[in-house]
Design a protein around this ligand. Structure first.
Ligand code: NDP
Ligand code: HSE
Length: 439
């Protein structure tokens, strides 16, 4: 057996402690797979005195000096499971420039400033792996980065946030409102004390940026991603979706397109959308994640599993550790970042979407024609119209109109809704949702 590959572990919380456990429990298998044992050189944490239960590790390995640990000569690979932008960015740039391979689960940093890490990796001739940063345990980035490199990916549609999927699934199953479902998610430990990053879509947007960068060989950052969360989704929206044979999911969508000049572009967005119950993503319930990839030759591919949690995420981290350790022993590097396509990121207004709009309108002659006229003025084609009774008191002369459009630029659809809101005959716009997946 050759000499050990020495690891610096930055962070020993939910994910880091499971990394330690797996390294311990599977040490013989990991050594056999790599051709050398893995050894923890040190573990950087914030609080030395914290109770870490029965973690199978020597106390003397803990330090509060991450940078000092990274710089040690006997450290080959740095595993970062701390999170956040700084100081993590500084640590990882330092490690990569020094030729130490990095494995990280830090989606926020990769989405905010992935290029800085990739540039540092190229400078230092080191590997940068981050499978755990998107959809936890699900092998997804490696398939996009390696297996599909002979193909052309056209679209990636995913449920990549477990907390919001739990909340929307609960709303769908019980008819509960958002606040009630969030409370349940918090009680069960799915939602964090501050759920903002999840419910406002920041977490999913970071993952969308990472997926789009890999799928389209283009640098996409969180700032390029159109983001809407689920806080405005109501029980009435969920009921409307059900009436259409649909369910509501927080989707991340990254798709190729073309601009007015015919140049290829990419649009990347995160928002709630109605999808038909027949869509493969509709049955993804609870806190599970799934990503649906459409590629030119491969066709449709679906990746499904646990997107969070200590052990599932540690599984993805360990897979990366084995890969970088093997590369190190073989004296090779993983292929560097592929961003050659450099596609322009299309603004949300130009993304092609469909809307489901539910209106309470006056029930009298000419109303439907007036409403249809607004769609026509914005060059938006109506796919279906359904009229039902509105919630107003009997004899109030109101009706409910449910309109589903054909695909149109999002800006035209948004302008249509804005004009409808201003019409006297429209008592209220009860619900506006985007529709995806052929509903
Ligand atoms: P935790 O908050 O549970 O753990 C963070 C760890 O980092 C703790 O051990 C903490 O030390 C340590 N730490 C914090 N600040 C510093 C600092 N300045 N210097 C040294 N150590 C520090 O986070 P998670 O394990 O949940 O997440 C880690 C990463 O993994 C994040 O990037 C997250 O986005 C990502 N991730 C997490 C998933 C999950 O399910 N939890 C799923 C997928 C990705 P101490 O123990 O002393 O407090
Ligand atoms: N907060 C994330 C989720 C887990 O709910 O999916 C880590 O990505």
């Amino acid at each position: 057996m050759t000499s050990p590959v020495r690891l610096a572990l930055l962070g020993c919380g939910t994910v880091g402690s499971e990394v330690v456990r797996l390294l311990h429990e599977q040490s013989a298998d990991l050594a056999a797979r790599i051709g050398a044992p893995l050894e923890i050189a040190g573990i950087a944490v914030r609080r030395l005195g914290r109770d870490r239960g029965d973690l199978p590790v020597d106390e003397a390995l803990f330090t509060t000096d991450p940078l000092g640990l990274i710089k040690r000569d006997d450290v080959d690979v740095v595993i970062e499971v701390v999170g956040g932008i700084e100081p993590a960015r500084g640590w990882l740039v330092e490690a990569l420039r020094a030729g130490k391979s990095v494995v990280t689960a830090n989606k926020a940093l990769l989405a905010e400033d992935g290029p800085a890490l990739h540039d540092a990796a190229a400078e230092g001739g080191a590997d940068l792996y981050y499978e755990a940063s998107v959809a936890g345990a699900i092998p997804l980035l490696r398939p996009l980065r390696d297996s599909l490199h002979g193909d052309r990916v056209n679209r990636v549609t995913g449920i990549v946030n477990g907390t919001t999927n739990f909340i929307l699934s609960a709303m769908d199953a019980t008819g509960a409102g958002f606040a009630e479902a969030l409370e349940e998610a918090t009680e069960l430990g799915y939602a964090e004390a501050d759920p903002t990053a999840d419910v406002e879509g920041f977490d999913a947007a970071a993952k969308a940026a990472i997926l789009a960068s890999l799928a389209f060989h283009t640098r996409v950052t969180a700032a390029d991603v159109h983001r809407e969360g689920i806080t405005e989704v109501t029980a009435a929206d969920v009921a409307s979706a059900k009436a259409m044979g649909c369910t509501i999911k927080l989707l991340c969508i990254a798709a190729r397109g073309r601009d007015a000049a015919g140049r290829e572009t990419v649009s990347v967005r995160v928002h709630p959308a109605m999808i038909p119950l027949t869509h493969p993503l509709a049955s993804v319930g609870d806190a599970f994640n799934a990503v649906f990839v459409e590629a030119e030759a491969a066709g449709q591919l679906m990746f499904y599993g646990r997107g969070a949690g200590g052990a599932p995420t540690a599984s993805a981290v360990l897979g990366d550790v084995v890969a970088v350790a093997r590369n190190r022993l073989a004296g090779v590097r993983a292929p560097s970042e592929s961003a050659y396509a450099d596609l322009a990121v299309r603004p949300m207004g130009e993304a092609l979407t469909r809307y489901h709009i539910s209106l309470d309108v006056a029930d009298r002659p000419g109303v439907l024609a007036a409403v249809a006229g607004v769609f026509a003025r914005h060059d938006v084609s109506i796919a279906t119209v359904r009229q039902g009774s509105a919630d107003g008191p009997a004899g109030s002369g109101d009706a409910e109109l449910v309109i589903v459009t054909h695909v149109a630029p999002d800006a035209a659809l948004a302008a249509t809704v804005e004009e409808l809101r201003g019409l006297d005959i429209v008592r209220s716009v009860a619900s506006v949702l985007r529709v995806e997946g052929g509903a």
